[in-house]
Each structure stands twice: as structure tokens, then as C-alpha cells.
Design a protein around this ligand. Sequence first.
Ligand code: IYR
Length: 223
Amino acid sequence: MQPEFVPHSAYVAYPESEMRQRAQGFYADIQRRRTVREFSDRPVPRDIIETCLLAAGTAPSGANLQPWHFVVVSDPDIKRQIKEGAEEEERAFYNGRAPEEWLEALAPLGTDPHKGFLEVAPYLIAIFAKSYDLLPNGKRVKNYYVQESVGLATGTLITALHHAGLASLTHTPSPMGFLNKVLKRPSNERPMLLLVVGYPADDCRVPTHAMKKKALDEIATFM
Ligand code: IYR
């Protein structure tokens, strides 16, 4: 196929002073993002979730094949089934499956096998990675850099939700195979994580441990 190109007319150039201001403004705003585990049951308008998903869908991906699928759950019965599946895995995790070192690393977050927020929060977004796509004629199309791509889309989604004024939790009950069953997803889709989305509870508290972000010279090297 012949590649086709058009001018990149959507690009916006800013003067350096404005770039600096924008970079600092964005940093100040994203610095306020916190993972929360105590959600309000206050409903979130569906169109806001839809717009954030469209933003996530703009993420770069291997060969632009967009190897992701988002299942948005608000149905109370499906949320209950997800909670039951997740808590079953979490009980096994906290009561033996997780090595001591892992539990020690988690201790400052105060997590446990109870995942009541899975029924309280208005939306659960299950994020699936597709190792290949299936065309309507049954033909398989291989995807590339699938985990990287889905990670990029998930990061974009979390950022978009925060930008819109919503809180989220990246929840990873492991293994997550139960999500294929509960959400009736095909075998070419692998659940990557479960995003819990909504407003923080009025009395929501967040662990101080997760506020400590590494300094620039710890996370970056300039040469
Ligand atoms: N999935 C478990 C354990 C857990 C693991 C990591 I790594 C975390 O950053 C947080 C929790 C749970 O959700 O409790």
C-alpha cells in the first residue's frame, strides 16, 4: 500500500515562555492526581467517560493498530460479579500466594482483600489487550507492541479522567481471567487491568507513602 501524507496543520507552536507556563501548569495539575480506594456512589455522566475513552484512543500504538478494548461497567449485577471474582483472587493473594517481600512493599498502602469499592464506584472500566484482531471474515491480524500500546492508552485515560475532575484506581486482581468470563470477551483479549472510576468519597483518605515521588535526578539522566 502507498503511504499517504497530509500537512500536520493541527500542530500548535507556542513561544518558549508560554511553553514553560504550560509545562509547569500541567505538572502542578497532574501532581494533584491521587489513586483513591474510597469512592462515592455519586453517578458520573456517561458522556464524560465516553470523551475520556476517545482521548485514550488517541494514544500511539504499534503500527496504529490500537490493540485495546475498554469494557465500561455500570450495571450493579455485573459489578457484583466482578467484585466476587476479584475478592476470590485477592484472598488467595493476601493469604499465601504473594511472597512476604511483596506484602511488605504493599503495607504502606493499607490494601487488603476487601474490594467494596468495586460495587460503590459508578464505573468500572476493564481494559483488554488484543494480541490479534479478528476481521469479520475470520482472518487474524497480528498486533505489535501490545502491552506497551495498552499501557500508553491507559496512562492517557487516567490523565484524561483526572483532567475531567474524576478519580481512579488502577486495580489488578491477579490472575484476571474471570473478567473474560463475566464480561463475555473473546480469547484474543487479555485483561490488563481494571480501572475503578468515580468521585472520591467525602471522607476519602489517601496514603502518605504514595505522595513521595522520586526527584528528577533519580528518574532521569541528561547526557
Ligand atoms: N492486587 C492487590 C495487591 C496490590 C498489588 C500492587 I503491585 C499494588 O500497587 C496494590 C495492590 C490489591 O489490589 O489489593
